[in-house]
Ligand binder design. Structure first.
Ligand code: FES
Length: 191
């Protein structure tokens, strides 16, 4: 089985009931210095979507698709382009858990928390995932291998509980199978 972790996702996931105003300052403490590559990707995303009505979310999605996260230097670029304050842009980034403000691990593992999966072992699976990786949602293992994220229905309800690794959706994932998948991901040599 080939599992290729890719950082970019197009779906918009909102964790119900949560208003996670994560501070940009905390994110920046683990943030690598800006690079020309990152700045170029940010400006390309902003220029591509600037003419659209409601351009902010498409810009943020394009940046995260390109880089795997929304770096802090994107905030002033977007704010200037849209003639909004940095606080307004940061508020939107913070509101949606989908947008990462720290770089993801080499592999992003999403565990489905929607109804069908929850009814078929998903609760135990998500508790096991957190425990075995030693991290909570939206965190990355200390070795940088795995980022763990919740997702709300992967369209694979018939094979609950389901997870997604990169772009690959896997069903009927037991705790033991989850551990085998993670073990395989850790053994993959980064390209
Ligand atoms: S509820 Fe988990 S895939 Fe649909």
């Amino acid at each position: 089985m080939s599992l290729h972790g890719r950082p970019g996702y197009h779906s918009l996931e909102i964790e119900s009931g949560a208003l996670p105003f994560r501070t940009l300052r905390n994110a920046m403490s683990a943030t690598p210095a800006p690079s020309d590559h990152r700045l170029a990707a940010i400006h390309a995303a902003v220029e591509t979507h600037r003419p659209r009505p409601g351009a902010l979310l498409p810009m943020l999605h394009a940046i995260q698709d390109a880089l795997g996260w929304v770096p802090p230097e994107a905030i002033p670029v977007i704010a200037t382009a849209l003639n909004q304050s940095r606080a307004e842009i940061h508020g939107v980034v913070s509101f949606y858990h989908h947008f990462r403000t720290t770089p993801p691990g080499r592999h992003v593992v999403q565990v489905c928390r929607a109804e069908s999966c929850q009814a078929k072992g998903g609760v135990a699976l998500e508790e096991h995932a957190k425990r075995s990786l030693g991290i909570d949602w939206h965190q990355t293992t200390p070795d940088g291998a795995i980022s763990l994220e919740p997702v709300y229905c992967l369209g694979n309800c018939a094979c609950s509980p389901a997870i997604r690794v990169g772009d690959e959706i896997l069903g009927r994932v037991s705790c033991a199978r989850f551990d085998r998948i993670v073990e395989g991901l850790r053994e993959e040599v980064p390209a």
